[in-house]
Design a protein around this ligand. Structure first.
Ligand code: HEC
Ligand code: HEC
Length: 256
């Protein structure tokens, strides 16, 4: 009977000031308080939280009606990209943004523009629940992913690596070194960039999920990569960052 114990400890954390930092942060997985987040990221989290609780559907359903426990969302952000299939959605590796868009398609009556307007704030909110957690590609819940899902994720990582390294037409590696410890100083090392998203972007003037950032970045650098290929590149970068800690809202800014 672990659940009552956890509840007891959590209520201790919530109601006892002396526990609110040390033991508390272990229990809730090291998640920062809202007040400690970068300001614009925090605003995005709060918007996303509101959307999560608001129904945009004629049947009155909101995300929170099915996702009752925020604690269950703790493992989501660090698990993507991965295979996630709802009724009728394709079997494919998807970014968290892709899956949130699918969930909005299924559970809201918003037109496309309305979904696009809200998706990155919802991702920001979900990412905050994963704050302080490890990057665990493919693993959003306690049980291991199905073998077929795992295989498809490995394929995606391989495709992403090849796309990242591609020379003709040129791609990411002309400007970035993916491996930790790369030394060419004029290049940008992307070691763990994945852990700082979603984050505020000067040029966009709003908080961007990693997928949204890369879609813009790829267009701005005229890289010939379609959205599925961008997801593969993300899967590759997430595999490189496996085991490092999520800290969304990172302050680096400005996509070129
Ligand atoms: C009618 C119930 C229902 C509603 C409403 C709903 N979801 Fe879900 N959602 C589910 C179920 C069930 C799953 C688990 C599917 C599975 O078993 O993989 C899920 C899974 C997810 C996942 C994948 C979690 C993982 O483990 O990676 C995300 C992300 C998600 N939902 C986001 C949302 C968002 C955002 C909304 C609101 C726009 C929403 N959901 C609304 C039922 C719902
Ligand atoms: C022509 C050079 C160039 C190419 C090609 C390029 N980038 Fe970048 N990238 C930059 C520069 C410059 C920055 C820093 C300024 C900014 O954030 O836009 C950057 C920043 C980034 C960042 C944010 C890093 C951080 O921690 O702030 C990520 C992530 C990134 N790039 C990923 C990619 C990926 C993935 C590709 C291939 C799909 C790619 N880039 C292609 C030049 C490039």
């Amino acid at each position: 009977m672990r659940l009552p114990l956890v509840l007891l400890l959590l209520s201790g954390v919530l109601f006892s000031p002396s526990l609110s930092s040390g033991v508390g942060s272990d229990l809730i997985g090291g998640r920062r308080e809202l007040i400690d987040l970068e300001q614009r990221y925090r605003e995005s989290v709060l918007k996303g939280w509101r959307y999560f609780q608001t129904s945009f559907a004629r049947d009155g359903m909101a995300c929170v009606n099915c996702h009752l426990s925020y604690e269950q969302m703790t493992g989501w952000a660090g698990a993507y990209p991965k295979v996630q299939v709802f009724d009728g959605t394709p079997f494919a590796v998807k970014s968290l943004r892709d899956v949130v868009l699918e969930a909005m398609g299924k559970h809201t009556d918003l037109p496309e523009a309305g979904r696009m307007k809200r998706v990155d704030d919802l991702v920001a909110f979900i990412a905050w629940w994963g704050d302080g957690q490890d990057v665990t590609p493919g693993l959003s819940r306690a049980q291991a992913p199905a073998a077929a899902d795992q295989r498809e994720l490995e394929n995606s990582v391989e495709r992403g690596r090849a796309l990242f390294m591609r020379n003709d037409p040129p791609s990411c590696s002309q400007c970035h070194i993916p491996e930790p410890g790369g030394t060419e100083t004029e290049r940008l090392n992307l070691d763990h960039a994945v852990t700082g998203f979603p984050r505020y972007d000067e040029k966009a003037g709003r908080v961007l999920s990693f997928k949204s950032f890369l879609l813009r970045h790829g267009m701005n650098h005229k890289l010939r990569l379609d959205p599925d290929q961008i997801t593969d590149v993300q899967a590759y970068l997430a595999s490189q960052a496996s085991g490092t800690v999520l800290k969304p809202g990172g302050t680096k800014s400005a996509s070129k």
